[in-house]
Design a protein around this ligand. Structure first.
Ligand SMILES: [Zn+2]
Length: 361
């Protein structure tokens, strides 16, 4: 394992928690991915030694792997006519080179100033239009790099940005409610809001001419969703969003995260995973016996009882699902339990499937 001590002559690094712990916590060792962007290191510096001890997570399936990230720390590729994706292996954004200037969607801070370097490798034009997929700083915390551009966002995003006043995420110049067509030269980006899903104001970005759809923190091509169903705030909306995505005529899906581009099949595969987890969560709510937790907790502590109950239900659901997916999606053993927990809670409090805590007889 590479030491967390900086090597002599290496550039100044951010103080780390411990690299070993963070790699283990994120599953990056098993993924064989560069942890550099996450840690503020260059890709080459952060390359994981092949003689690392085996991780505690399942091997990453080949279908979860994406293109190698160059030593520069970023990969930029044209994926459709003048549409480029830009990734550091953990985060993704897109930009379009138009006759009017560059249209950029999101600015993940882990890619940071490499965004401007990447754009400069394909055009001399500057960013004239900057679009927020949603307000979360992990995807948009470097939007300040596009200062001078016209900023676009859903009206909910404007409100949320106003609340927190982050200087790195400028307020939008243009907001909309249901739909906005952003024109730049001959190009069109259709922005549509189908209601809250992952977050309030998270929009579908459709490039009809190039058959590209960007929808962030909803579908994770090759991987299970991030913990707690991608930390989503409106689970019914998040559960419906993949079907809404499939109504668009795209060939390439940009999910905003991880190793590779997505396809329509990736959307279907995630729907299958989530449907199976939902069925098992519903079954666990119906069959888990709350009395089984009473022996192990303080009977005068309702929170302790409830925590043990919910953990037990989620664990029963996750255990039934993980073996079926560990060879199909990356991280199935890492994040299925928190995803099950979130589904159990949503089935209970959003959908009213309350199991033993329903209407008292
Ligand atoms: Zn997000």
């Amino acid at each position: 394992m590479t030491s967390s001590t900086p090597e002599p002559g290496s550039p100044a690094r951010r103080p780390l928690l411990t690299r070993r712990n963070l790699l283990a916590a994120t599953g990056l060792t098993a993924a064989g991915m560069s942890a550099g962007p996450l840690l503020g290191w260059g890709a080459a510096q952060a390359a994981v030694s092949p003689d690392c001890p085996p991780g505690t997570t399942a091997p990453v399936p080949p279908t979860a792997r994406g293109p190698a990230i160059p030593a520069s720390g970023y990969l930029v590729e044209e994926i459709a006519d003048r549409v480029y994706w830009l990734t550091d292996g953990l985060y993704q954004m897109i930009f379009v080179t138009t006759a009017e200037g560059v249209v950029a969607v999101d600015a993940p801070p882990t890619i940071g100033k490499n965004i401007l370097r990447a754009i400069a490798t394909v055009t001399n034009s500057r960013v004239t239009h900057a679009i927020y997929s949603h307000h979360h700083a992990d995807h948009t915390g470097a939007m300040i790099l596009f200062q001078g551009a016209r900023f676009y966002a859903h009206m909910e995003v404007a409100d949320l940005l106003r609340q927190t006043n982050d200087p790195n995420r400028p307020l939008p110049d243009v907001t909309f409610d249901r739909h906005l067509a952003v024109h730049a030269g001959e190009d069109v980006l259709d922005l549509t809001y189908h209601g809250p899903n992952h977050s309030p104001g998270n929009i579908f970005i459709n490039l009809p001419a190039q058959r590209v759809l960007m929808l962030v923190d909803v579908v994770f091509p090759g991987w299970v969703p991030f913990a707690y169903l991608a930390e989503s705030q409106n689970i019914p909306g998040w559960l419906e969003a993949p079907a809404q995505a499939l109504r668009y005529p795209f060939d390439t899906y940009i999910g905003g995260h991880l190793t590779r581009l997505g396809t329509r099949d990736d959307v279907l595969i995630q729907q299958e995973y989530v449907a199976e987890l939902t069925a098992q969560a519903a079954s666990a709510i119906a069959t888990f016996n709350p009395a089984s937790v009473y022996q192990s907790v303080d009977p005068t502590n309702p929170w302790a009882i409830f925590r043990a109950y919910l953990d037990g239900v989620a664990s029963q659901a996750a255990s039934a699902v993980i073996p079926n997916w560990v060879d199909r999606l990356g991280g199935a053993d890492v994040y299925t339990l928190p995803n099950a927990y979130q589904l159990v809670e949503s089935l209970r409090i959003d959908y009213g499937q309350l199991g033993p805590f329903g209407i008292h007889p």
